[in-house]
Write a protein that binds this ligand. Structure first.
Ligand SMILES: Cc1ncc(COP(=O)(O)O)c(C=O)c1O
Length: 391
């Protein structure tokens, strides 16, 4: 990747930033568009928030829906995937004894969300262990299907997992859930801008994704998708101007003329809508800069780096390449003091990368984005070789 591309980001030059996965990073032109929205708001808040917002919020919905393989009515802009998934988890009508089926690779905040829902409803969580290394689609689907029972009401899966950076082949599990009348709720925090999405074809009942990670929109931009026949189940966590007495009745529109699904969730009191409004600029930036090619280059770099490190550690990857998130890879490292290693990588080498313990493994999770370079990968390999005494 060219130096030019790195200069288009605001990431500090003294840091080798290998953790795009946690919070993303916004290219300068997108960040400028974001600040322009904020300036426009400050110049006439009443016109912006009071008169024009509903229509303005619609534009990113149209642009993003086209990118996600759905229509604008099926998605609503929110601040983050956690919020979207909380809205779903707390909307579903669960009873004592109902089961929520999930995997042992889920993001900790969402594990807590479901634990909270279970505490309130008396439902229970059933965790399926996904076999590693993940080599075939069947291995995954069989494990999920084996966990389904008469009592399963919800299937909750990450599409791309956080601790293990795996791309789960979720299609058949979703189809089977639908056949059995189980709600499918998908955590797509890492997928928009990372893998091609076709939400209507995927067929999940609910899907939340972040725009502030791989789509490179500003922090605080995300969406919740719900299939048309599921939208009526959704209840807002915050009641505001978008709600009406008639909400929830068939055929009744929300207070701003959209569906209740959109109006009730979009309006949550005064908030900064600039991150969501900038989603269109992020999509334009990616198109104008041929981001598909950039991403393909990043994927090759990530896989190559993981292979080189594996040669030194002798540790097997967590999956076959096709089940690895394209621009992220969880690299197993020898057993070590993970906190000390993370600190040393930062203090001695200025490398920002998550290093953690997951189940019985130690993992360094590498993210590669357009601002990263091969020399940075060399530095990472050298640093890990030094600090883990792999030489
Ligand atoms: C799999 C997964 N789900 C959910 C989240 C939460 O994202 P956010 O904090 O933007 O809601 C993350 C964050 O990294 C994640 O990795």
């Amino acid at each position: 990747m060219s130096e030019n591309l790195a200069r288009q980001f605001l990431i500090r030059e003294d840091i080798t930033f290998l953790n795009h996965g946690s919070f993303g990073a916004c290219p300068r032109p997108v960040f400028v568009a974001y600040q322009n929205w904020q300036l426009e708001l400050e110049r006439q808040p009443v016109e912006f928030l009071g008169r024009n917002l509903t229509e303005a919020m619609r534009q990113p919905r149209i642009a993003l829906a086209a990118e996600l393989g759905t229509i604008e009515d099926n998605i609503v802009g929110l601040t983050n995937a956690t919020l979207g998934l909380n809205i779903v988890a707390q909307s579903l009508d669960l009873k004592p004894g109902d089961q929520i089926l999930t995997t042992d690779h889920e993001y900790s905040a969402l594990e807590k969300t479901w634990a909270y829902v279970c505490r309130r409803t008396g439902a229970e969580i059933v965790v399926v262990k996904v076999p590693l290394p993940l080599q075939t689609e069947t291995q995954f689907t069989d494990a999920i299907l084996a966990g389904m029972t008469e009592r399963t009401r919800v299937l909750f899966l990450s599409h791309i997992t956080s601790p293990t950076a795996l791309l789960f082949p979720i299609e058949r599990a979703i189809a089977e859930a639908r056949r059995r009348g189980i709600w499918s709720v998908i955590d797509g925090a890492h997928t928009p801008g990372h893998i091609r999405l076709d939400l209507d074809r995927l067929g999940a009942d609910f899907y939340a994704g972040n725009c502030h990670k791989w789509l490179m929109a500003p922090k605080g931009s995300a969406f919740l998708y719900a299939r048309p026949d599921m939208q009526g189940l959704i209840r807002p966590l915050v009641i505001s101007h978008g709600w009406t007495e008639a909400s929830g009745r068939p055929g009744v529109l929300g207070a701003f003329g959209n569906s209740p699904f959109i109006d009730e969730l979009e309006m949550q009191g005064t908030r900064d809508p600039a991150p969501w409004l900038t989603v269109s600029a992020a999509l334009d930036y990616r198109r104008d800069n041929d981001w598909e090619s950039v991403a393909a280059h990043c994927q090759a770099l990530a896989q190559d780096t993981a292979r080189r490190l594996a040669e030194r550690t002798g540790l097997a990857p967590l999956s076959a390449p096709e089940f690895c998130a394209p621009q992220m890879v969880a690299m197993p490292i020898p057993d070590c003091d993970v906190a000390a290693l993370k600190l040393a990588l930062y203090d001695k080498y200025r490398i920002e990368i998550p290093v953690f313990r997951w189940q019985d493994r130690c993992i360094a999770r590498l993210s590669v984005q357009g601002y990263n370079s091969r020399p940075q990968m060399d530095l990472l390999i050298d640093a890990l070789t030094d600090l883990l005494a792999l030489g």
